[in-house]
Design a protein around this ligand. Structure first.
Ligand code: ATP
Length: 235
């Protein structure tokens, strides 16, 4: 495996609301290798989103360490954390958050205009199979196509990591499979390290590794010797 992209050491996140303490992450140790596809599974509230948000620089741990390559994310000022996020991280969420008054092309261009070494919007859209739909508005696209625009937008700045929180959560199986195919295509062609949170256990077949979360911990890790193609999935 290549050099780790993320190294977590005793990563802990505790939320305090009033008298109640919620242990969202408990002493998580983990390495994520470059170019890996990792699926995160586990019941609601087990800590998956908390880990992804900390990795993406959207949140901070209560204690422990998290490195991106050799950069200590837990030690950064807010401004530095924002720069880390801008330069290195792409996000894909369950709901696509596209600007409805802009075409697919323009939604992607919003990001490429401010990125350092971006792809051309048309190339990013071609990578997710949407070159024919570039000039369509979100309302003219299916849910799966809108999610693929969101993926193109997330990867157009060539981020090192792509963090996906339930990217197929709002989709039927056929369109969901196309979205997973698009994520795997980006991983293959750009080498983007990809983490995917899902409630859909079938998706674990496409991963290099599967992390099973329970109660703020990684209770089990499954290694897939070979990844399944997205087209082979059913759910
Ligand atoms: N901002 C917050 N304030 C207080 N508690 C929080 C906050 N964010 C998350 N939590 C709590 O931390 C725990 C872990 O939440 P997290 O969202 O990481 O779980 P998850 O595994 O992603 O769940 P899901 O699959 O439902 O998205 C939960 O008990 C949740 O209620």
């Amino acid at each position: 495996m290549s050099e780790p992209v993320f190294t977590a050491k005793a990563l802990t996140k505790t939320y305090v609301s009033g008298e109640v303490m919620v242990h969202a992450l408990r002493n998580v140790d983990l390495e994520i290798a470059g170019k890996e596809v990792v699926v995160l599974l586990g019941p609601s509230g087990s800590g998956k989103t908390t880990l992804l948000n900390i990795m993406g620089g959207l949140d901070r741990p209560s204690s422990g360490k998290l490195y991106f390559r050799d950069l200590d994310l837990t030690d950064l000022q807010d401004r530095e954390l924002t720069m880390y996020r801008r330069d290195h991280v792409g996000f894909v969420f369950q709901f696509y958050n596209l600007v409805p008054s802009l075409t697919a092309y323009e939604n992607v261009a919003l990001v490429t205009e401010v990125a350092r070494n971006p792809m051309r919007p048309a190339d990013a859209l071609a990578l997710v199979g949407l070159e024919e739909r570039m000039h369509h508005f979100p309302a003219q696209l299916s849910g799966g196509e809108q999610q693929r625009v969101a993926i193109a937008r997330a990867i157009a700045k060539r981020p090192a990591v792509l963090l996906c929180d339930e990217p197929t959560g709002a989709l039927d199986s056929k369109t969901g499979i196309r979205v997973i195919e698009a994520l795997l295509g980006v991983n293959r062609q750009l080498g983007t390290t990809t983490l995917i949170i899902t409630h859909n256990a079938s998706i674990q077949e496409v991963a290099d590794r599967v992390l099973f979360f329970a109660d703020g911990r990684i209770s089990r890790i499954r290694i897939n010797e070979t990844r399944r193609e997205a087209a082979a999935l059913t759910w």
